[in-house]
Design a protein around this ligand. Structure first.
Ligand code: FAD
Length: 422
């Protein structure tokens, strides 16, 4: 089911109008024309946010109002007026807008996997849009990574390499991206929906006054309008929303790691590196990093594992989980799980797969005791093969599985544990 397109930039305009009002720059954008109003009360009934109080005339509570426009449409006498003239005035798309940009992210001075995946997707979009794929890389001592970005598909890399960016400070990184975007006017800006990418992308979108669709699972170019279709699960994953940003640039989307496919690393790819001199850049200064303490982790990464065993609430107890872990070790697999398994204390929250956890694309995913709700399955569709183990043959996990065992795990675990390859 595809939802009618939402317009990301319209949401952004509403937010701007509300912010303008709150900072006392302008009168509130929604006004009642008392000379026309018949006090029928229809507007108050139509308001989903309880933002219209009614005495003799409707009174709009600007702090509760979201400028959704329901009341304007509902009013039979046309007495409500919403001033959205800003849209026509300053939100036209500049004619020199060009380029599909990827905001590069680094981990321990290496390119993160999501950066490579986004470059792969950007190349696919570029073939439909006819625009160049570019990357923006910020950090300290990161120059060597610029050529790596080219080898993964960037035709131009905007490089900001300076000691002052040694620590990731969201405010500063956002300001740098904004300065470079103001100079080059990218059409599209893609960011990894990682812990740092999520905050950074929201900040950049607010500063650039454009829309942002977070956590996209698919990106497409509309062949007619050439707009970026930013597709993501909505309403708890029960339907897919397609969101567009027709009036503001860049069109911004964040994408979870593990969904898109990177291009094969190719050192013979060529591209241009543009160094940006930001020696006059003034750091925000409110945040200073005093010390960095690297937390030791098990080193397990769901992004790199070829085989993942997902355990669900149906596994029931830690004894069975321990046995599954022994089997996983033999197979060279990682053990992850559903949210219900995390809540039941069967698996660490860092290993949760699903809408609010990791998106995975291993060669093989073995789902044990997982019912297959959309919030879980939406994150495993990238797996090449799925095996499900569940005694309930009507469980939805079997709809996405390539192979299934209709059985309680306890009954077949001894046989499974005897296998070393799969
Ligand atoms: P259940 O749905 O309880 O399924 C247990 C299964 O085990 C059943 O099918 C049962 O037949 C089977 N079973 C019973 N006994 C055995 C046995 N002996 N051997 C084998 N199988 C057995 N969920 C996620 O997983 N990840 C997310 O990121 C996530 N995000 C969410 C975000 C939102 C906004 C919401 C609303 C929900 C989210 N959920 C998420 C929760 C999701 O809707 C499901 O509740 C959850 O995935 C169910 O987990 P489960 O399949 O392990 O448990």
């Amino acid at each position: 089911e595809i939802m009618p397109s939402l317009v990301g930039s319209e949401m952004c305009i509403r937010d701007r109008l509300i912010i303008d009002f709150m900072s006392k720059n302008t009168p509130f954008a929604l006004q009642v024309q008392k000379e026309i109003c018949t006090s029928c009360g229809v507007c108050a009934e139509a308001c989903t946010y309880n933002a219209i109080n009614f005495s003799d005339f409707p009174e709009i509570d600007p702090y509760a109002c979201r400028l959704c426009g329901n009341c304007v449409q509902a009013c039979p006498s046309g007495a409500l007026l919403m001033n959205t003239s800003k849209k026509q005035k300053d939100l036209s798309v500049a004619s020199d807008t060009n380029g599909i940009w990827v905001l590069a992210e680094t981990e321990n001075n290496e390119l993160s996997s999501v950066t490579k995946e986004l470059l792969g997707k950007a190349n696919e979009l570029s073939s439909k849009l006819g625009q160049t794929v570019e990357a923006i890389l910020i950090g300290s001592q990161v120059t060597s990574l610029a050529s790596e970005l080219i080898a993964y598909g960037a035709k131009r890399v905007h490089l900001v390499d300076d000691n002052m960016f040694a620590s990731f400070i969201e405010e500063d990184y956002a300001q740098v991206v904004v300065e470079v975007c103001h100079k080059y006017h990218p059409d599209i800006l893609l960011v990894g929906a990682t812990p740092s990418g999520r905050g950074l992308s929201a900040r950049i979108a607010a500063l650039l006054q454009t829309g942002l669709t977070a956590d996209c699972t698919e990106l497409e170019i509309d062949t007619k309008s050439k707009l970026l279709h930013q597709i993501r699960p909505a309403f708890g994953g029960n339907l897919m929303a397609t969101i567009v940003t027709p009036d503001c640039r860049p069109q911004m989307a964040s994408v979870r790691p593990g969904i898109m496919s990177p291009l094969q690393y190719n050192p013979s790819f060529t591209g241009e590196i543009v160094r940006h001199d930001l020696s006059t850049f003034k750091k925000d200064g409110r945040i200073r990093v005093l010390q960095e303490i690297i937390q030791a982790t098990s080193g397990e990464s769901l992004g790199n594992s070829k085989i993942i065993i997902g355990i669900g609430r149906g596994v029931k107890n830690t004894e069975t989980v321990d046995k599954i872990r022994c089997w996983a070790k033999k197979l060279g697999a990682l053990v992850a799980g559903s949210r219900a398994a995390v809540e039941a204390g069967l698996i660490d929250a860092r290993m949760q797969v699903g809408q609010t956890g990791h998106t995975i694309s291993p060669d093989l995913y073995i789902a044990i005791g997982i019912s297959g709700q959309i919030q879980h399955t939406a994150a495993i569709t990238g797996a090449k093969k799925i095996i499900a183990i569940n005694p309930d043959r009507t469980a939805p996990i079997f709809n996405v599985a390539d192979y299934g065992f209709v059985s309680p795990i306890e009954d077949i675990l001894p046989q499974l544990m005897a296998t070393e390859t799969i």
